[in-house]
Every structure is written in C-alpha cells, then in structure tokens.
Design a protein around this ligand. Structure first.
Ligand SMILES: [Zn+2]
Length: 198
C-alpha cells in the first residue's frame, strides 16, 4: 500500500534517492527542504551521504505519529512534517538553519537504521535500544560536523542518548497502532480528495 503511494506521488530525485511528496499537498516547499537537507549532508558529511545514497530508496513526508521512522520493505525514510515546519521558504534564516540541520540529522539517523538492516541486524524488542544508540550516535556525529551560522550544532544540538525518548513508540499496543494507522489513512484520503479537486 505504502509503496503504491510512493510510486504514485509527486517525486523528484537527488542522487539515486527519490523524494516523495505524498501529503500536505499545499506545501510544495517540503520536497525542496528535503533536497536542501541532502545537499547539506553531501557537503559536510560525505560518509553519511554515501550511506543515505546506498541504503535509502525514498525519503517521504509520510510519518504521522513519530517524528520519523525507517521502513525496510520500501527502503523508505518517512518524515513527519507535523513536527518539522511546512513553510520553509518563509522561515527566518536562523529558524531555517535550525530545522534544516535537524532534518538532515534525522535523515542520517534513519539511513543508519537502513544500513543496520541491510547488514542483517533485525530491529527486535531485545536489540532496539542498541539500534537506537547506534543511530543516535551517528546523528550526533553529523551535528558535530555542521558549521552553523546562527547556531553551533556541536553545542546546541548534541544530546546524550536517552532510551526513554523511544518509550511512547515502543509501548504502543497493536490496537493503538491500528487506530493510528486508520487515522493516518483517513487523513491521507482527505488530502488526496483535496488534491484531486485542485
Ligand atoms: Zn531510530
């Protein structure tokens, strides 16, 4: 289902990664922001950029209940633009920089999940803390490489690893997941109807 939406969506390409714009139809700036984040990774962290290009097939604006997640089946980094701004072009330069670096760091984090999966490490209840620790460390390593203009990402964005941040996602019951998925599909459908009318 998700792969069908990704294939159908409005897409642009950066390297071999497809940027899929599936939701928030009135916000054409979202794919531009993702492209800009990829450019930042390419400029400041070539090893991370290589990882993104090697292990992610799509970057899409389709995460809804967590800030971001990686889906093995479609090799997609899903990002939640209810967490990130949707109108990037009107952001003040300092806000633009803050969110752009955060967005790029999120992509690096999810690309590290993709690499772990490709190397045969499954994301299980037993190993998930270790997975998140590794991905968090890579995200922080990326922030240390970014020369900020308004911020010092090495000072302002580097956070210690705290597995409790993942508890809301890990503790969701199957019933809660189903309900969230139903809401997500309903919202996608409503947005699709609006897009088809416009
Ligand atoms: Zn993660």
């Amino acid at each position: 289902m998700k792969i069908a939406i990704l294939r159908w969506s409005d897409r642009r390409q950066y390297g071999r990664v497809q940027i899929a714009h599936c939701t928030h139809y009135r916000c054409p700036e979202i794919p531009l922001a993702i492209e800009e984040a990829l450019r930042l990774i390419e400029q400041v962290a070539p090893r991370h950029y290589q990882r993104v290009q090697l292990h992610l097939r799509y970057i899409s604006d389709t995460a809804r209940f967590d800030a971001a997640y990686y889906d093995n089946e479609s090799q997609t980094c899903h990002i939640n633009f209810d967490v990130f701004p949707k109108e990037w072009l009107t952001l003040e330069p300092d806000h633009f920089e803050w969110y752009l670096v955060q967005l790029a760091g999120t992509i690096v984090h999810e690309a590290t999940h993709a690499r772990l999966h490709a190397n045969g490490f499954a994301y299980t209840n037993v190993d998930r803390v270790q997975h998140e620790r590794i991905c968090h460390a890579e995200e922080m390593r990326f922030y240390r490489k970014v020369p900020g203009t308004y911020y010092d990402p090495a000072e302002d964005m580097v956070q210690p690893f705290n597995p409790e941040n993942w508890l809301p996602s890990w503790n969701r019951t199957p019933q809660e997941k189903r309900e969230l998925l139903r809401k997500e599909l309903r919202r996608l459908w409503e947005e699709l109807k609006v897009a088809l009318r416009e």
